[in-house]
Design a binder for this molecule. Structure first.
Ligand SMILES: Cc1ncc(C[n+]2csc(CCOP(=O)(O)OP(=O)(O)O)c2C)c(N)n1
Length: 361
């Protein structure tokens, strides 16, 4: 049996030494760092916004920046990205404006409006549903003879869903140009990896479907970038799909309504923090003479103002019309929906007058 984990962890390790990696321009190494710092700032600000009631909910990605940035930078403009709720970083790198991402988290329909030239699919909240979409889009690209690869992100938990297996099987049988990137962050909410699967790795599951699976260090942005870029190139050249398993960790909560102290120990989090992708690349850039304190200070100011501008844009749009809740469900609303809409209108009108709705009194 092939043991993809060993083979690829070795390859990734080679890029994490003190040698500057061959074939990656200095400017790209610096860009990887800048983007990871930006999305970490974005992430932390989002948690703050949620706590202040300025957005509704949020799924933190701190710890997973190397995966987000490695994938985001490996994508070619024409490739499609199929993200989950934890992939705001990759989405932004593939062209989704930051204020739109914030609008999504604010519960606004505008957050689902993807700009015309941006090849990002709407965020999949149901687990693994984006995987058959990606396999289908890749098949369409193949049938149409278009040079376009579909890249899907998902978590370790998603690998237990039927949709994962459907997508993998389909992708293998039809030999489609798809790349499935599992961010194995060790938990599906509170379910640890070892309770998720008896397989040694997620990467090896690709074997059963007849294509290549590789396991990489998801805390190393260079390893992620290289693996995903190679998989995209292979898919574009007619080499079929690849499953990439990136070993990573989310430092924080599953979402802003979760308490991770209930299911994991602080020592475990500290262990992963010691492999922090930003600290790692930052240290390497300094060693290679590509970064210094001045550049760092300037970057911190830049990301701060970039995120603040996006937040201001998110908060500048007109308040939502509560009736919108009932749009986009049926072409002609059902009597039950209309009744709910009228009840909400009455409640809001009563509130506006400082009272409470009659049925609550
Ligand atoms: C089909 C479906 N079942 C259950 C849920 C509830 N749920 C939300 S997130 C989650 C865990 C997903 O874990 P994983 O795939 O590892 O991704 P992560 O959140 O760690 O990025 C679950 C079960 C859901 N959203 N969709």
């Amino acid at each position: 049996m092939v043991k993809p984990a060993e083979r690829v962890v070795q390859a990734a390790a080679a890029s994490t030494g003190h040698e500057k990696p061959a074939g990656i321009p200095d400017a790209l190494l610096v860009e990887m760092y800048r983007q990871m710092v930006l999305i970490r700032r974005f992430d932390r600000r989002c948690i703050g916004l949620q706590r202040a009631g300025r957005i509704g909910t949020y799924a933190p990605m701190e710890g997973q920046e190397a995966c987000q940035v490695g994938v985001g930078l490996a994508l070619r403009p024409q490739d499609f990205l199929f993200p989950t709720y934890r992939d705001s970083g990759a989405m932004m790198l593939h062209g989704m404006p930051m204020d739109k991402v914030l609008l999504f988290w604010n519960g606004r329909v505008e957050g689902y409006e993807i700009p015309e030239a941006v090849n990002v699919f709407p965020v999949a909240v149901p687990i693994a549903t984006q995987l058959p979409h990606a396999a289908g889009a890749a098949w369409a690209a193949k049938l149409r003879g278009v040079d376009q690869v579909a890249v899907a992100l998902f978590g370790d938990g998603a690998s237990s869903e039927g949709d994962f297996h459907t997508a993998m099987n389909f992708a293998g049988v039809f030999h489609v140009p798809a790349v499935f990137v599992c961010q194995n962050n060790q938990y599906a909410i509170s379910v640890p990896y070892r309770r998720q699967t008896a397989s040694e790795t997620i990467a090896q599951k690709a074997e059963a479907y007849g294509f290549e699976g590789i396991r990489i260090d998801g805390c190393d942005v260079i390893a992620v970038y290289r693996a995903v870029q190679a998989a995209i190139e292979k898919a574009a050249a007619g080499g079929g799909p690849t499953l990439v398993e990136a070993l990573t960790y989310r430092y924080g909560a599953h979402t802003t309504s979760d308490d991770p102290t209930k299911y994991r120990k602080p020592e475990e989090v500290e262990e992963w923090r010691a492999r922090d992708p930003i600290a790692k690349l930052g240290g390497q850039l300094r060693e290679w003479g590509l970064w210094d304190d001045e550049a760092e200070e300037q970057l911190q100011q830049e990301v701060d103002s970039q995120v603040s501008t996006a937040i201001a844009a998110m908060e500048s749009i007109e308040p939502v019309n509560p009736d919108d809740l009932f749009l986009h469900i049926y072409e002609t609303p059902t009597p039950r929906l209309l009744k709910q809409r009228d009840a909400l209108r009455a409640e809001l009108a009563a509130k506006a007058q400082g009272g409470i709705a009659p049925w609550r009194s």
